[in-house]
Write a protein that binds this ligand. Structure first.
Ligand SMILES: [Fe+2]
Length: 302
């Protein structure tokens, strides 16, 4: 596994490396810093007059979950968020007419057991490819406030080419959207929603914790095993993540190897072209469709 810091590689070369399990770390840039500013403004307004970093000392978890349930979608769908992703991709040499991204997520990790489920789900070790992500998906992760090694995300590269017995065969993204996704904020103390997990003991060590400055971002393959580090700090962690795919890799089914994912469905319909926010062409989505997208299309989403 290689970790490239501020690499000058082309995007094509970089994706090839990512599909081999490498990680790319990028220093803060004008656009990534603006992106973080936008996220901070939304978070700080939502929790006002409390400090978002210590809000868990001020508010009951239920109240905090309710605030996040309204603040997170505001960030996710803010037009400036898409603008800043586009700018970041431009700065890093991605071809906007062939690069697609999904809406960015705002993640929170609260200290201890305060709020670890639903809207602030603390992710157990997983690969995104267990959750119907295509094998060409690349994840981008960036802290919004100063990051602490006791309060970040961890990568477990020992499992890059080591299969794990897991529950992904029971997961279908379209069913998840139809049945489970909408009620995240109602799960404050526990989360009964079925998610793919390892079904054998896994060794989380050795792990990598990449501690970027605010606005620093790192990229890794969706097939990389990763997890939320249990927050043993006194402050809450806020981070942004989003995902990209490249049209050529979707069409040619290029990406990381599949060593243990058996989920059905696909997130391929979620990505928007960086240049004009259009969806992937039908023939590209068809590469990943397996029929289940039709099965759940009419399911109620209330
Ligand atoms: Fe993930």
């Amino acid at each position: 596994m290689n970790i490239f810091v501020d690499s000058k590689m082309t995007d094509d070369q970089r994706r090839t490396e990512l599909y081999r399990g490498s990680i790319f770390v990028h220093s803060p840039s004008q656009s990534s810093l603006k992106f973080c500013e936008l996220a901070r403004a939304i978070i700080e307004e939502a929790f006002y007059p409390f400090d978002p970093l210590t809000v868990h000392e001020q508010l009951p978890a239920e109240k905090c979950a309710a605030i996040l349930a309204s603040a997170k979608p505001r960030f996710i769908h803010h037009p400036e968020a898409k603008t800043q992703i586009r700018e970041m991709l431009t700065e890093l040499g991605c071809e906007l007419s062939r690069t697609y991204f999904d809406v960015p997520r705002l993640r929170t990790a609260f200290p201890g057991e305060y709020l670890r489920s639903g809207i602030a789900y603390a992710f157990h070790a997983h690969r995104d490819t267990w959750y119907s992500a295509p094998f060409c998906q690349i994840n981008w992760w960036m802290p919004i406030y100063e990051l602490d090694s006791e309060n970040c995300m961890a990568l477990h590269p020992g499992y890059w080419n080591r299969p794990i017995k897991n529950g992904s065969s029971g997961y279908n993204y379209h069913r998840w959207n139809a049945e489970s996704r909408h009620n995240a904020a109602s799960h404050v103390k526990s989360d009964p929603r079925i998610q793919p997990r390892a079904e054998e003991p896994i060794e989380l060590e050795p792990e990598f914790r990449l501690i970027c400055p605010v606005g620093g971002a790192y990229q890794f393959s969706a097939a990389q095993l990763h997890s939320t580090v249990p927050n043993t700090c006194k402050v809450t962690r806020y981070s942004i993540d989003f995902r990209t795919v490249h049209l050529d890799d979707v069409l040619n089914k290029i990406g990381a190897p599949n060593i243990d994912s058996a989920c059905t469905g696909t997130t391929i319909g979620d990505y928007l072209r960086a240049s004009d926010l259009s969806h992937l062409p039908q023939e590209a989505m068809a590469v990943y469709f397996d029929g289940s997208e039709l099965l759940y299309a009419l399911a109620p989403t209330a």
